[in-house]
Design a binder for this molecule. Structure first.
Ligand code: BT5
Length: 311
């Protein structure tokens, strides 16, 4: 959002301010103030324009300007009511040289999971992709995926949903029978050279205010678990925690461990190099799973993980 627009919102958030006073305070013309107010109204902000001046009455539940307003992280947010895939759009922005942009959508018509699987993305979700240009080697990239899982699980807990993380990056909620349903999936894509990431897109799909019936079998949503959330607040929390962690990558794995449900369990991991079965005993930077198997300790950096019942 434009900086001036931010300042208009800040100024009118605490009570009415007359147009001329606002123009003075922001050092812009009265016509410019009026234009900003109209643009904000169009974006869904309710702004009173009584005799005392302009006053912010309410902020839209979702949208780019609303997520940026009051966001304590340096991201620009590009919002779409509907889009094929926020990851695809973020990749376009990467090709244009952009960074620290979040592409956010209410609905995706071509949402993608890993390995070209489909990702159900009906209206009411939080479908977002964060475009970054971190100065790290490509081998560290998994830490950003873990950071997104931590950010989402924390935001879900703050919203009253008892979320845990399954290695590496599924955010799950257990039902009464102990069956775990998927609340969030993360797809990280990147381009880089041998020693340096050029760009990284962390795509996070959060089943927020959607019915589980609109998703796939084995999925759940915030609505299903605890009723609808304010997606503006939820998205801001995700972005703020993510920003904190990407600024201190060493904090990611400990934060992940605190929320993870995989450690101490028997797991089967499908890896590009074959199946690994054993007890998950640890996670190491940047997200490597340590599995104690019958044939010794195995370290797995990528794969699909299944929690098995203890024998
Ligand atoms: C993932 O893949 O979990 C990564 C999903 C990433 C989605 C985000 S949304 C924003 C951004 N833009 C995109 O286009 N993508 C990212 P994977 O681990 O491969 O899981 C995919 C599997 O999860 C599917 O095969 C289904 O079984 C299941 N699934 C599909 N939609 C789901 C949903 N909404 N909730 C839970 N499970 C789902």
């Amino acid at each position: 959002m434009q900086d001036t627009r931010h300042r208009v919102l800040d100024a009118i958030a605490d009570g009415p301010v007359a147009g001329p006073a606002l123009a003075d305070r922001l050092d812009v013309s009265r016509a410019a103030v009026w234009k900003h107010i109209e643009a904000l109204r169009e974006a869904g902000f309710a702004i009173d324009g009584g005799d005392d001046g302009y006053e912010l009455v309410s902020t839209p539940e979702f949208g780019g300007e609303s997520v940026e307003f009051g966001l304590d992280a340096p991201f620009e947010v590009e919002y779409h009511d509907t889009i094929p895939s926020t990851n695809d759009r973020a990749r376009e922005l990467a090709a244009d040289g952009r960074e620290d942009v979040v592409v956010l959508a209410d609905e995706q018509t071509g949402g993608r999971g890993r390995l070209d699987r489909e990702w159900a993305s009906p209206s009411g979700g939080i479908w977002l992709s964060i475009l970054l240009r971190p100065t790290v080697p490509p081998a560290d990239a998994p830490a950003f995926t873990l950071a997104a899982a931590v950010a989402t699980a924390r935001a879900a807990r703050e919203a009253g949903v008892d979320a845990t993380i399954k290695w590496p990056n599924d955010v799950l909620v257990a039902d009464g029978d102990g069956r775990q349903r998927k609340l969030t999936g993360i797809l990280t894509e990147m381009e880089g050279e041998a020693d340096r990431v050029s760009w990284l897109v962390v795509g996070t799909g959060i089943n927020a205010n959607v019915d589980a019936a609109e998703l796939v079998d084995g999925a759940t949503s915030i609505r299903e678990e605890n009723g609808d959330v304010n997606r503006r607040v939820f998205t801001q929390r995700v972005l703020e925690v993510f920003h904190e962690l990407r600024s201190d990558l060493n904090a990611v794995v400990p934060a992940w461990r605190d929320l993870a449900d995989t450690l101490g369990r028997r797991v089967r991991v499908d890896t590009p190099g074959g199946e690994v079965v054993g007890e998950a005993v640890g996670v190491e930077f940047p997200g490597t799973l340590v599995v104690e198997t019958d044939d010794g300790t195995v370290r797995v950096s990528a794969g699909d993980c299944e929690h098995l019942r203890a024998v």
